[in-house]
Design a protein around this ligand. Structure first.
Ligand code: FAD
Length: 297
């Protein structure tokens, strides 16, 4: 095997790259800081036949306890840039949503406030069509730069297949940049809305615990996943070091020593109860990485 390019380290624990704090090592972790480095890493992975995955802040990710036998990429440096321009911004795929919220808000640009309580990156948000409080990235996205096996291409938002927590991006396709369009507003009004959304969040969801956000997508119909799981008596239910949040039943917390297997066991139990008691098959929102699966209820 040829030596990895600069910026690639072997045996990197994924538990340090995820908000839930579980998971084994990535065989390689690459931290490209510009387009050229990203291209070099992708070419190396291809020439070595390595599987590829991209992560952002790992805020919606559950890696296997056995880790990931390939190259995991996390975008940094220029690939995490934020450039406000006119009524919009050019963003690197690795830019943190919280930083974008701050920068565009300070510039008097509104429409991105919804992302203030989503602890991910721009690339992860495009991949997941992240959203909150009735807004989602699809509402403001003009286009994304997607790097696939044939190099980078600009894909307009309408061609990304964005729907509820879904895009048509294939695993291993890298969102290296995004263009968003916003509307002018008073920065003080924008800040006020951000604060109100954050307060609402703190009241409803665990914010200090280690979680990966919503475990399951809402199934449609009258009840949210959280309401179904609460009615199933799951709040506080624990397996090993993982427990269903006592505050919100659609969140799983790592209480200190959880493994991804503990989390999976809780998810299996949650799906079983939701199916038995409500006839609903819940689909997981969290993304799985490596040799890990949630068996059918
Ligand atoms: C406390 C908390 C609250 C949350 N609240 C919300 C919420 O209100 N709304 C919501 O939608 N989500 C929420 N989430 C989930 C999560 O923050 C979002 O899904 C976010 O968009 C994930 O971004 P990330 O960069 O952390 O992606 P990761 O979790 O690292 O990865 C998620 C997926 O995106 C892919 N990905 C990441 N970066 C890229 C890239 N550059 N190119 C291509 N693919 C990429 C990964 O391969 C993976 O499939 C919450 C999470 C937490 C912990």
């Amino acid at each position: 095997m040829s030596a990895p390019p600069a910026g690639v380290e072997p045996d990197a624990p994924l538990s340090r790259c995820t908000t839930i704090g579980t998971g084994g090592p990535a065989r390689y972790l690459g931290l490209p800081t510009d387009d050229a480095q990203l291209a070099a890493m992708l070419a190396w992975a291809r020439s070595e036949g390595l599987d590829l995955a991209v992560i952002g802040l790992g805020s919606n990710l559950l890696p296997a306890d056995t880790g990931f036998d390939g190259l995991v990429l996390r975008l940094e440096g220029d690939l995490a840039r934020i450039r406000v321009e006119g009524d919009g911004a050019h963003l690197g795929g690795g830019a943190a949503l919280a930083a974008v919220v701050r920068r565009v808000g300070d510039a008097g640009l509104s429409g991105f406030e919804f992302a203030c309580a989503i602890p991910g990156t721009v690339g992860g948000a495009v991949r997941m069509n992240a959203g909150a409080y009735g807004a989602e990235i699809a509402d403001v996205l003009v286009a994304a730069t997607v790097v696939g096996p044939d190099g980078p291409r600009r894909v307009v938002a309408a061609d990304l297949g964005l729907s509820y927590r879904h895009s048509d991006l294939a695993p291993g396709e890298v969102v290296s940049g995004a263009e968003i369009r916003l509307v002018r507003d008073d920065p003080r009004a924008i800040k006020g809305r951000v604060r109100a959304m954050q307060d609402r969040r703190s009241a409803a969801q665990p914010r200090k615990a280690r979680t990966f956000g919503s475990v399951f997508k809402n199934p449609g119909g009258d009840m949210t996943s959280g309401q179904i799981l609460e009615a199933c008596g799951l709040k506080g239910h624990a397996v090993g070091g993982a427990r269903v949040s006592p505050k919100h039943a659609n969140f799983i917390e790592n209480t200190g020593s959880a493994t991804s297997a503990d989390v999976v066991a809780l998810m299996v139990e949650a799906r079983r109860r939701a199916k038995d008691q409500f006839g609903v098959v819940l689909e997981h929102e969290v993304q799985l990485l490596g040799d890990i699966a949630i068996p059918a209820p």
